[in-house]
Design a binder for this molecule. Structure first.
Ligand SMILES: Cc1ncc(C[n+]2csc(CCOP(=O)(O)OP(=O)(O)O)c2C)c(N)n1
Length: 637
């Protein structure tokens, strides 16, 4: 079903069309844009609250800037739906995040208006600064704007970039979109600070005076600029500098302003165009603005609510007839509490993903033992290392894709010192609709080469629990990766059992071909074996459980018995589990025909997980096909 845009939005196929409207029409355009987002996301899904919160900012930016020549960089990009709709993608918007459709995030190859590919947070200031300095070097006078949320501002990269921007002599404009939320409520001292300056009366009074002066002078060219600098210098350095974090980094600070007053935003952005140097505009917005349930309800739920009834605000829930297997993240969330009740060394750490990782269960049950440290993966890892030096047992839960941020910390701060941190890598393997920026494709390969680090992956809920339990008696770092979504065991609360380090298991005896799997994807092999049985084929199946250390006894058994081996992993083929098996085979001078199934060396786009597994040939049919293609029995049938 195609959603009809409103009367004015229907006429906007590019920012140039938007500019044709007089300022008086901008409020109506914002309303229509907001409605279009609500209509589409309620039916087709996607991120929600963040885009509603920046509707006015998006319209104002495209109204004032000369995009795509002027460079607009969105941080994370989950809030850029309005931007996509105004920049020529209105009629494709219903394909957002769907296999073969447009991406849920800005993407350079999708549009010239998407100046920088995003998905991971806190990159926008660095990227925009690079662009600004490049344009200065080339002598072009274009504008550079980074739009960054208060959550993303907690990421170290944002600070590193501001530290550079403050001495850069560039004209970059940073827009801080402050809605007090990350996915969960934002955390940390910066959040408190932003709340303070947003609500302080004295501060705002002084700021308003400065603003008025700037407004008066900025229109009158360069001599006026000098006056501004002097006035600013006198007032700001006396009153603001000591008290303003951004000013002390040499960024001119403007705001806080109401991020939902589109006409005022247009005025301000026009004024700021004439003010040289690096600057920051602090906009106060409301996540979910304009859609009552999202604005006033649970903003975390409405970050990405799934499909919902636009009129009643009811989020559709599947109510399956028979009991469902739980999500892996919930098995983690409940199990860590269960273990922590028995073992007082256990602590929980998440960088800004309490709900996504289900660590919020522990944060609620044991608030002094579970920490949301902000969007700060590097810090989360080294902070965990610090806890471990003191005899504690931190479980540091980070999505596989975001762990890429903290690679050096894993090596340098944890593994070289052999500290007993347990890494739980959620969303490992294909992430699904979020696409390539979020696929947890690389962790098996990038963890496998680090000394001391155990690399484990459960095939089901019971194994996840037992690996968490077993990691407690391990003296060094231990990683456990599991995918997004549900497991396979509705009855999952089994008593804990030790899994000896590096011990795999045989799932099914068989003949001719052996399938070796790692992690949850092993369940596809089970399905494949079932369908092959109907054809008279009987491959063996091994759940290896560990990529490091590999189960050498099991591998001797496999390569002693089978001359045809298939490895399956929901991870990159280069350097991953299959590579580990091949290396082992060569080192032990076995000869076998080995077929590796997994993620190829290319950027795999977004889609449902099963669609992507199918596209890469390791869904149940793909595994069955691999067995058929290797099997002499199959050829003789
Ligand atoms: C490096 C990294 N860690 C975690 C995430 C997951 N994530 C996506 S959006 C988001 C919250 C961003 O908050 P903010 O920047 O304030 O934007 P808002 O959603 O509030 O508009 C988080 C933590 C991410 N995208 N990148």
């Amino acid at each position: 079903m195609l959603i009809e845009p409103g009367e004015l939005l229907a006429q906007i196929n590019s920012p140039a069309d938007l500019k044709k409207f007089p300022k008086e029409k901008l409020v109506q355009i914002c309303d229509e844009l907001r409605n279009f987002i609500v209509d589409n996301v309620s039916i087709y899904g996607g991120h929600f609250g963040a885009s509603l919160g920046v509707v006015e900012l998006t319209v104002a930016l495209h109204y004032v800037l000369n995009t795509p020549q002027d460079q607009l960089v969105w941080d994370v990009g989950h809030q850029a739906y309005g931007h996509k709709i105004l920049t020529g993608r209105r009629d494709q918007f219903h394909t957002n995040r769907i296999f073969g459709g447009i991406s849920g995030f800005p993407k350079r190859k999708e549009s010239v208006y998407d100046t920088f590919g995003v998905g991971h947070s806190s990159t926008s200031i660095s990227a925009a600064l690079g662009m600004a300095i490049a344009s200065k070097y080339k002598g072009s006078g274009i504008q550079h704007v980074a739009v960054i949320g208060d959550g993303s501002m907690t990421g170290g990269m944002a600070f590193e970039a501001m530290n550079h921007a403050g001495v850069s002599d560039s004209n970059i404009l940073i827009i801080l979109n402050d809605n007090c939320m990350a996915i969960d409520p934002n955390v940390g001292a910066l959040k408190d600070y932003l709340t303070d300056i947003t609500t302080s009366h004295t501060y705002n009074k002084v700021k308003d005076e400065v603003w008025k002066l700037l407004g008066k002078f900025s229109k009158f060219g360069s001599s006026a600029q000098e006056v501004i600098s002097k006035v600013e210098g006198a007032i700001k350095s006396a009153v603001l500098k000591q008290s303003n974090l951004f000013e002390s980094l040499n960024l001119r600070y403007f705001g806080p302003v109401d991020g939902h007053d589109v006409n005022h935003l247009v005025e301000i952005l026009n004024d700021l165009k004439d003010i040289p140097g690096p600057k920051i505009l602090h906009c106060v917005t409301v996540k979910g603005k304009g859609y009552e349930p999202a604005e006033n309800g649970n903003q975390t739920t409405w970050h990405a609510p799934g499909l919902f009834d636009k009129v009643t605000g009811e989020i559709y829930k599947k109510s399956p007839a028979k009991p469902q297997a739980p999500k892996y993240q919930d098995v983690f969330g409940h199990t860590i509490v269960e273990l922590a009740e028995q073992d007082e060394r256990i602590m929980g750490v998440t960088p800004a993903m309490p709900s996504g990782s289900s660590l919020n269960i522990m944060m609620k049950a044991m608030p002094d033992r579970a920490f949301d440290v902000g969007i700060a993966e590097q810090h989360a890892v080294t902070f965990s290392a610090g806890l471990a030096t003191q005899g504690l047992k931190p479980f540091c839960n980070i999505y596989s894709t975001f762990m890429q941020r903290a690679y050096d910390q894993v090596i340098h701060d944890v593994c070289l010192q052999n500290l007993p941190v347990v890494f739980c890598l959620d969303r490992a393997g294909f992430a699904g609709a979020d696409g390539p920026t979020h696929h947890g494709a690389y962790d098996l390969a990038y963890f496998r080469c680090i000394p001391n680090l155990v690399v484990a992956a459960p095939m089901n809920e019971e194994e996840l629990r037992n690996m968490m339990f077993s990691s407690l008696s391990h003296e060094g770092p231990y990683s456990i990766r599991y995918p997004r979504g549900n497991g396979v065991m509705p009855e999952w609360r089994m008593p804990f059992q030790q899994i000896p380090l590096g011990q795999g298991r045989i799932v099914k005896e068989g003949e001719e071909v052996a399938i070796l799997t790692i992690g949850h994807i092993g369940n596809y092999a089970v399905e494949a074996c079932e369908s092959l049985a109907a054809e008279g084929l009987n491959p063996a199946h091994y759940d290896m459980r560990f990529v490091k250390p590999l189960d050498e006894n099991l591998l001797h058994e496999v390569f002693g018995k089978f001359k045809k081996v298939i490895t399956v992993e929901d991870g990159c083929l280069m350097g991953g589990f299959g590579s580990a098996v091949l290396e082992w085979m060569m080192d032990h001078e076995y000869q076998a025909q080995v077929k590796r199934l997994g993620i190829p060396d290319e950027v795999v786009e977004h889609g449902e997980q099963i669609e992507l597994h199918r596209a890469c040939g390791f869904d149940p049919d793909g595994i069955a096909d691999a067995v058929r293609s290797m099997s002499e029995v199959a050829k003789s049938i």
